[in-house]
Design a protein around this ligand. Sequence first.
Ligand SMILES: [Zn+2]
Length: 381
Amino acid sequence: MTIPTENVGSLPRPAKLQTAIADYDAGKISREELKHEQDAACLDSIKRMEATGSPIVSDGEQRASSFATYPLTDTLAGTGLAPNLATDGQYFAIFTDGHHRQLPRLTGGPFHYKTFAAEYVKEAVKIATKPLKQAVIAPSMLSLLYPLDGKVDGYPRERFLEDLCNECEQDIRKCFDAGAKRISIDFTEGRLACRNDPRNPWTGRKMLEQFIELNNRVIDRFSAVERKNIGIHTCPGGDLDSTHSADVDYAELLPSMFMMNAGYFLIQLASEKDKERVYKMCGEHSRVDANGIPQICFIGVIDPLSPRVETPEQVQADLVTAARYIPKERLGSTDDCGFSPFSIDMKPKHGSPDVARDIAFRKIAARVKGTAMASEKLGVA
Ligand SMILES: [Zn+2]
């Protein structure tokens, strides 16, 4: 049993696929032609991730419009938007470089997913020779589809939340049924909830506790055995090589975050200024017994927003330091975030999405190697 290592989910979409998405939005190519490009990108992603030596792989979310909107729309531009939604919802986030990403808006009930993540798993299992992971979106993020104030005609908020929880539960169950071994829930809105950005009203509403409660409404529907393989991912965002909440102190998030009854946590850390302080907080607040299971802390050792490739020695050093604060049997490694959570992402600091893909695989290989070195050093091998 070595120190476990796992990616968050996404990889940059190849430039060719991003062009195909734009052509599909413009009506120049068919759904089948777009799928052809997605198939090619998924095949390349899985093969190259397997070549890094990673013990678990994913399709890099090459078919998803984004980590948050995949259940709702085929493309970020809104092509194939699910019923009862309009494109003009609230901001999800305003990033430090000034760009923003917007969510759809709920216009009526009932709320249903159009696409479950299991659809991606079903395709990926045909290709992968290693165990698969799949990322899904948290109910807390999608709760922001409901207008912040006021209500949707004939569809009270509580009925929406019940429908939402049912869909999120199904999203996870279907992934397990399709063959995913591990499922992590993207919770980037957790840290953002601790920020008060007047340009983005929901962030000023102190919503963290209700997010945690809502997510537990779904997580608690799973057995202890299942929850061992259900994770939570936290980060300060990662889009166009920019973040949305890196200035929020982890002390505001972590004590609440570990109250979610998940079995593991994928925690951005490589790009933190004071890593040791955060390792310490993870050690203090992660639980040995979260309703029957221990919580494993996967610390971020790779920064997907930076083109600089970490060395295996750096990865090893981070894990060895972290092991002073987090028991080594509850320690893992991960990337700080997906490499491109949104499908259209030119990876400006990298020069191009294709260059960024090459760099991503080199970074993943460094994580895998450095984690093996740390396992040996810490006697976990
Ligand atoms: Zn992330």
